[in-house]
Design a protein around this ligand. Structure first.
Ligand code: SF4
Length: 202
């Protein structure tokens, strides 16, 4: 099915953080400025890419010695699926004979610690859906790499989680096309620093 609207992969992260942010971003696009934090994050990711080109994939602790040498790394991989109505640029893709593994570099406090935040998890699964659609290789797992900690956390992409996310992407399309204001996040603490607070809660 053709989608008129193509979401960016970051919209998935924001939708799981608070669906209203996606609503306001699309229906009030001039409201939100690009913050200093966002610009700084882009610079640090570019530094990370330079480092990654020299590193092996051994730290992902997934492959036998022989397989490690056969893993191809690609950086800043553009992905697009008309059927999903989704596009994105992936920081790093590990390509093997029978599967491809997306790796998302993350900066800041959300990426620290052992737990993968739900909105990061579903953004990564979104990359998995795009990889399957574009490369015709299976994507059953991915990594969130914390730039600050230098560690990678794995996320398993179950078929149930992929199906759940497909349903959410359809809901996102309906929300924007039909201008349906979603419920606010249940986590009130997220509203404190939200740029949309004046229009949403004011
Ligand atoms: S103020 Fe709160 S509910 Fe409104 S968009 Fe921001 S995070 Fe969501």
């Amino acid at each position: 099915m053709k989608n008129e609207l193509v979401f960016k992969i970051g919209d998935i992260k924001q939708y799981f953080y608070c669906p209203r942010i996606v609503y306001f971003n699309y229906l009030m696009p001039r409201f939100r400025p690009v913050t200093y934090k966002m610009e700084e994050g882009k610079l640090r990711q570019s530094e990370q890419e330079k480092l990654e080109k020299r590193r092996t994939v051994a730290r992902f602790d997934l492959f036998s010695g022989e397989a490690v040498s056969k893993v191809e790394k690609q950086f800043n991989v553009r992905l697009y699926s008309e059927e999903l109505g989704l596009s994105g640029m992936l920081d790093m893709l590990l390509i093997m004979e029978d599967e491809a593994i997306p790796v998302d570099f993350k900066d800041g406090s959300f990426a620290r610690g052992e737990i993968v935040a739900l909105h990061h998890k579903y953004q990564l699964i979104g990359y998995g859906l795009l990889v399957e659609a574009c490369l015709r290789k299976k994507a059953t797992r991915g990594f969130i790499h914390s730039i600050e900690e230098g560690k990678a956390k794995s996320v398993f992409f179950s078929e149930g989680a992929k199906m759940f996310l497909r349903g959410k992407i359809r809901k996102m399309h309906e929300m924007i096309i039909n201008e349906i204001l979603p419920l606010p996040t249940l986590h009130n603490v997220r509203c404190r620093e939200c740029e949309f607070n004046p229009v949403c809660r004011g």
